[in-house]
Design a protein around this ligand. Structure first.
Ligand code: ADP
Length: 679
């Protein structure tokens, strides 16, 4: 059985002069206890009707109703069952109603005796629960609206409504209910013989009302204090959890993501972003963000920092910039008039619906590491609360510490890698020195000793001895030379002389040098496929460009049989880079080694079983040089004995006409390429 009519509304309809009042839950508890105590402490045998919203609330008071039932047999307790509450007549009348019944939202207590009459007829109000309310405050936050009075007429009306309802839920009680009506709900005068009309029991209003007002006021204060304590505690918890999470990671990206996520969720904002930047940066890219559902993402967007007064102000004051209402902010309104920066601001404000803005710089020991921004994106702007700004400041400080910690760790890892690389170099060097230097050195020694100890040696043999000694001395010289070159490149000890060059001239020179170096021995044909007319000039250090070409061509000659083919070509790739390729039909490279060939001292057959000569440093040198001008170098090969192709790129930069005029001539380059080998 479920009735949808509200008892409060029914009662108010019968008592036209009465206005409902608001009561906190704790006040109602106090009032009902006081009313129940009245019953327990008086000699009267009253009618008692109590309606609880749910069984669990009744359970808390069940012992009182057992005691009340010893005083009178006209006790009715109503509740929506949750476990085992049901219609029954043990001790007192239990009346069960369904959870969908209007009574499930209401709280009623009616007592009518000879000496007193009082009723409390209330309905729960839906109070919006804010995110910051914790469990305890949610309960004390519950509010009810209705009537509480000692007025006998109103109480009789309330009792009438309640008894009628009980009759609907439990029709079998009709005769008992009729008796109650007869005993308690007839004329006031006859029911109160001897009780003066202004007795505190019949007219307690002035005193009790004041008491209730006090109770209500203190309850309200308590609620507020509770709320602010809970909010404070929640902020502390948020700060601790962000600190804990960001300090736990040494990964910068993770630190930033955790910070925005926790901060955004914790203070319930529309958008929270973070980007890394330094004071002198002109732009920054939004790295990480938190967005509430339905809010547009700004991740990956470029933020303008140069001529950005908000950014400049945050840097100079080292403080958070807080804008409550973007459309009324003086700085932004002045900016809007400026070309460039103004457009940028208007654009992002409109595109990303920013109505209130918080910009928090992340500093560590005076060094700017980035910014956290919080955007409110609803039409109605909000005023940033001082405690929220303080919280974001505190979180920014923690993020700063975590970032520095992560940077230090990354530096340490870099250093470690460098040390490991150095260690590898050292071991390789030992192997190389063991073989590359000692073997030719012993050969030279044997040859020279033989020449010295055998003055009668036939001239052809002494010539062979001399040639062998000279050849090995040359190998040693190359190794030492390459090793020094690589050390200078890696150590940043090279001075780069940028000049405007024609790539075709450099290639011509490198090809003719390679042919000259191989003169007298059989080597594959080198085809120069470059066509000068369409190629733009480039700005690189010519000496080093020729060096890269020379090393690639020498390798191609070395690893290709004499009847094979070598080709050198160049093309503009996407208009931004020149791509040079040196391809051969030689022994090729296994797929798994295409990257390792660029490692220092890498040689397919290993340093100790070298057949083709070389130092194993050539490609490592090429990579360092190409890296320096911002290009890339890589190898491709279909596999063993199927030839290889080496590619490298050179960025094309805008060159004015004047510099094109001063392009160097072939012979100038030739001089320069000689110089490299002397260094
Ligand atoms: P090296 O002095 O040994 O030539 P590099 O660094 O120039 O040293 O080359 C490293 C290794 O890469 C070579 O020993 C060889 O195994 C492989 N390599 C380089 N160029 C080619 C090529 N054109 N064809 C096949 N293998 C090559």
């Amino acid at each position: 059985m479920s009735i949808s009519n509200s008892v409060v509304e029914q009662l108010l309809a019968t008592c036209a002069d009465w206005r409902p009042q608001m009561y906190f839950k704790s006040s109602l508890t106090a009032l009902s206890h006081a009313m129940e105590d009245l019953v327990l402490n008086d000699s009267d045998t009253p009618l008692v009707v109590a309606s609880f919203q749910r069984e669990r609330f009744y359970r808390q008071e069940a012992h009182r109703y057992k005691r009340i039932s010893h005083k009178t047999d006209q006790v009715y307790v109503l509740a929506a069952p949750e476990t085992d509450f049901s219609n029954s007549s043990t001790d007192y009348e239990r009346v069960a109603f369904e959870a969908s019944d209007a009574l499930a939202q209401e709280w009623h207590l009616v007592i009518i005796g000879e000496h007193y009459a009082s009723c409390l007829i209330c309905r729960e109000k839906n109070v919006p629960v804010s995110k910051q309310d914790n469990k305890i405050s949610i309960d004390s936050n519950r509010r009810f609206e209705g009537i509480w009075t000692f007025d006998r007429q109103v109480t009789i009306s309330a009792a009438n409504i309640m008894l009628d309802r009980i009759g609907i839920y439990r029709p079998e009680l009709e005769s008992k209910l009729n008796l109650a009506r007869q005993l308690y709900l007839s004329d006031t005068e006859t029911l109160n013989p001897g009780i003066p009309i202004d007795s505190p029991l019949t007219n307690p209003d002035p005193f009790v009302q004041r008491l209730v007002t006090y109770l209500q006021a203190s309850q309200y204060k308590l609620l507020k204090a509770n709320k602010s304590l809970a909010a404070k505690q929640q902020k502390e918890q948020l700060l601790n959890s962000v600190t804990d999470a960001v300090r736990r990671s040494l990964n910068i990206k993770q630190i930033l993501q955790v910070a925005v996520q926790k901060l955004g969720e914790g203070i319930g904002v529309c958008r929270c972003i973070v980007y890394r930047c330094h004071e002198e940066d002109t732009t920054a890219t939004v790295d990480r963000e938190f967005i509430s559902p339905g809010i547009k993402s700004v991740r990956g967007h470029q933020w303008q920092l140069v001529n950005n007064p908000l950014f400049e102000e945050a840097i100079s004051t080292r403080e958070t910039i807080s804008i409550d209402n973007v459309s009324e902010d003086k700085r932004i309104n002045e900016l809007a008039l400026e070309k460039g920066t103004g457009e940028f601001f208007l654009n992002i404000i409109q595109n990303y619906s920013i109505s209130s803005w918080l910009l928090v710089p992340i500093f560590y020991h005076g060094r700017l590491l980035g910014d956290i921004e919080i955007h409110h994106c609803e039409t109605e702007p909000i005023a940033w609360k001082k405690e929220d700004v303080g919280l974001v400041d505190a979180i920014a400080t923690q993020v700063g510490v975590a970032l520095i910690q992560a940077e230090a760790y990354a530096d340490l890892e870099d250093l470690n890698e460098q040390l490991e690389a150095l260690d590898r170099t050292r071991s390789n060097l030992v192997a190389i020195v063991g073989h590359e230097l000692r073997t030719p050195l012993s050969t030279i020694q044997v040859c020279l000793e033989s020449l010295a100890s055998e003055p009668d040696m036939p001239p052809e043999l002494s010539q062979i001895m001399l040639d062998t000694a000279l050849g090995d001395a040359e190998r040693m010289r190359n190794l030492v030379q390459d090793f020094l070159t690589l050390s200078r490149l890696e150590g940043g000890a090279v001075e780069w002389n940028l000049e405007t060059l024609s790539i075709t001239e450099c290639i011509d020179l490198a090809v003719s040098n390679a042919k000259a170096r191989n003169e007298g021995s059989s080597f594959p044909n080198i085809q120069n496929l470059t066509t000068p007319q369409d190629l733009p000039f480039i700005q690189v250090d010519g000496e080093w460009l020729v060096e890269v070409l020379a090393k690639l061509l020498d390798n191609a000659c070395k690893f290709t049989q004499a009847d094979g083919e070598i080709a050198i070509a160049v093309k503009t790739n996407g208009g931004k880079v020149l791509e040079v390729t040196v391809s051969d039909t030689g022994r090729g490279i296994e797929t798994g080694s295409l990257e390792t060939v660029f490692d220092r001292f890498y040689q397919e057959e290993g340093a100790l079983r070298r057949s083709a000569g070389g130092t194993g440093l050539g490609l490592a040198i090429c990579r360092q040089i190409v890296k320096n001008w911002g290009g890339e170098i890589w190898a491709e090969s279909p596999g063993k004995d199927q030839g290889s192709v080496f590619h490298f790129t050179i960025p094309i930069r805008a060159i004015n006409y004047k510099s094109q005029q001063s392009k160097p001539k072939n012979n100038q380059l030739a001089d320069k390429s000689k110089k490299i080998n002397k260094k």
